[in-house]
Design a binder for this molecule. Structure first.
Ligand SMILES: [Mg+2]
Length: 259
């Protein structure tokens, strides 16, 4: 290779290696690395296996990401793997929805969407709060929510729009509380969500575990004549508890657990 070409290649490699790309938007200090086994070895504990156990619901009732896995989870969330994993889920969900015999908007076929880490991403918050490795701080998190600046998860928005075009009615069902309705509506609109059938927030003062609360609301939807053809969330508590919906989809979330 000619010296000039070698020099050009070297300059290109330096430019690539110093690129913070999408991470810059959320957390400029995080290098974009993969989430392969090397990170596991560096962490000293099997963070890959820990994440798989979390996603498969083998690990439950955990409070925080293990301190040794903060960096691993950060790399996963800000790298390409999180997006790729979400894309597979949504590809499956769209293929499923397109296979249904639908009433084309004349019926009451509904699809339940969770909001946090499903429709809207709180990654800008978690990127500056240890990616779930620190105890949850309701005050600072609510301050973040009230800004109404959470970005859409692009894959979920793609699913949402496809479902609307198929005549399936989106229903948001969230653990966010009624006092956060206005900011949540604005946030959803700004991020491209529109035309939803219902936005169901938790009444203030309700102290029920997430599975019981959400399954109870889904039962009310059934009782009102809705046919829940699909249900998507980032927590198992979004998709467990009858009536779950005809099919459920679990998005990745290694940052926190809601039981
Ligand atoms: Mg959620």
């Amino acid at each position: 290779m000619a010296m000039a070409n070698k020099l050009l290649l070297l300059v290109s490699l330096v430019a690539i290696s110093s690129c913070t790309c999408t991470a810059e938007v959320i957390h400029a200090l995080r290098p974009q690395l993969g989430s392969d086994g090397q990170l596991m070895q560096r962490a000293g504990i099997p963070c890959d296996s820990w994440r798989l156990a979390v996603e498969a619901y083998n690990k439950r009732d955990w409070k925080t990401v293990p301190a040794e896995c903060e960096s691993y989870v950060g790399h996963y969330m800000l790298g390409e793997q999180y997006r790729r994993d979400s894309r597979v889920v949504v590809d499956e969900a769209i293929a499923y929805a397109e296979s249904l015999k639908l009433a084309g908007g004349k019926g009451k076929e509904a699809w339940v969407f969770d909001i946090d880490e499903t429709s809207l991403s709180n990654l800008p918050y978690y990127a500056t709060h240890g990616f779930g490795s620190r105890p949850f701080n309701a005050t600072s998190f609510n301050d973040y929510v009230l800004k109404g600046t959470a970005p859409a998860l692009p894959e979920t928005l793609r699913l949402y729009k496809r479902l609307v075009s198929l005549g399936i009615r989106p229903v948001f069902l969230t653990g966010r509380t009624e006092d956060q309705r206005n900011v949540t509506v604005k946030n959803l609109y700004y991020q491209g969500y529109s035309g939803w059938e219902k936005l169901l927030l938790k009444p203030l003062g309700v102290k029920v575990a997430a599975i019981a609360y959400k399954s109870g609301v889904r039962q009310k939807l059934n009782d009102a004549g809705y046919v829940i053809v699909g249900n998507i969330g980032d927590q198992w508590s979004d998709i467990l508890g009858a009536p779950e919906g005809a099919r459920t989809f679990k998005l990745p979330d290694p940052m926190y657990y809601i039981g």
